[in-house]
Design a protein around this ligand. Sequence first.
Ligand code: GLU
Length: 459
Amino acid sequence: MIRTRFAPSPTGELHIGGARTALFNFLCARSAGEEGRFILRIDDTDAERSRPEFEAALIDDLRWLGLDWDEGPGVPSNTSCRQSERGALYRRGMDRLRAIGAVYPCFCSEERLSALRRDQLARGEPPRYDGRCRRLTPEEVARRVAGGERPCWRLALPDQNLAFDDLVRGRQSFPAGSIGDFVLERNDGTVTYLFASAVDDHLMGITHVIRGDEHVPNTARQLAILDRMGWPHPAFAHIPMVLSPDRQKLSKRTGSTPIREYRERGFLPEALIAYLATLSWTPPEGAPLLDLSRLPASFSLSAIVRSSPVHDEGHLLYWQRRAMERRGGARLALDLAAATPTLCPCADRLAPLIEDMLEETPFLPDLRDALAFLTQPPEGERSPWMPALAAALAGAEDWSPEALKSALGAFMKGQGLKGREFFHPLRLFLTGADKGPPLPLVLFAMGKEACCARLNGGS
Ligand code: GLU
């Protein structure tokens, strides 16, 4: 059985990095078929920054990408998948740690902790708690609690190296003393992400924790928690951070775009999935990157590379073109018709025109704009020969693009017109644009009746 989870904090929108983490967790679980479960957990222990609207948006984006989950929001269950609603489970866990003396109360003030951090940084040391309250006697603790002080609770780390084998990065070691005793329960009684997540991963039966490599130091801490609870370790795969083109951490400032904006721009979910899949994963030759239902069979954590991938909009655009081509003109015409009901009457004739336009215009909203002339005739100058063309076309028996090509050529010749005296005014009159797809495809899409009516001066 493989059980993975994506555990976003609903403190902002879903971006490329988070979506990739979700995808890899999804693929890992689905690659096990019936034996795999993908779980969506909402890590909302940060009450101040967590917002229901961010959670709703995350869910919406994940659904749009097609990353459906087996357990999580919207799936009936006896236990909540929201950390804010799992407090009783964490309290039970803390009681257990208190009972075995694995945690101790800490009364250090914010001021003392900031001064400590400042001094350590000034000495070039990594900031960490110095363990002062670990040495308090039970009497001292009782006296301070009786005096109204509320402690937080820290894990008493054993004086030994912390190490684990990462499925992507290999052996990860943290020498004894490099990590300070950290807080599991704040002095308001709420628990920290580090503790909640370790407890949840165990209680949810997570077998593989796949997440960004910024969490490597957290893993060392969470393993220490699991050890004190007497719980087994899941496997860990830390995937490398996605970098901006200038090799900075990908962030709003360095060009990270929320998935929502890609959606609004007209990117297809298949395109984003294919793109995300190639960030850090080397798929086997011929892997069906544009087909999420078949992709898991190609996935393996061992094919994740350790070096950081660079976000490349050009590459994403490449996949957008392939995804649009794969949908094909007929399906895209239906998608367009669904979004623009007035296009409906000619949806079935749009396919070849759309296919011709895809390389230049690989987004549905842009295609819709570029094809607006089909429903809103542009105001243009009618050349004197246009009614005659209407009459010639009205008699055409074959309205296929090939036949239209010959008919237009024959008409031009018959009128003694040069190419630019004929095609340019005709295109401008029918489409309102200087350039565009081949006119026979335009005429085919318009249909005989509409085309002749326009050339004649009707609509
Ligand atoms: N809520 C954490 C985050 O969004 C999840 C980390 C994890 O996967 O454990 O970074």
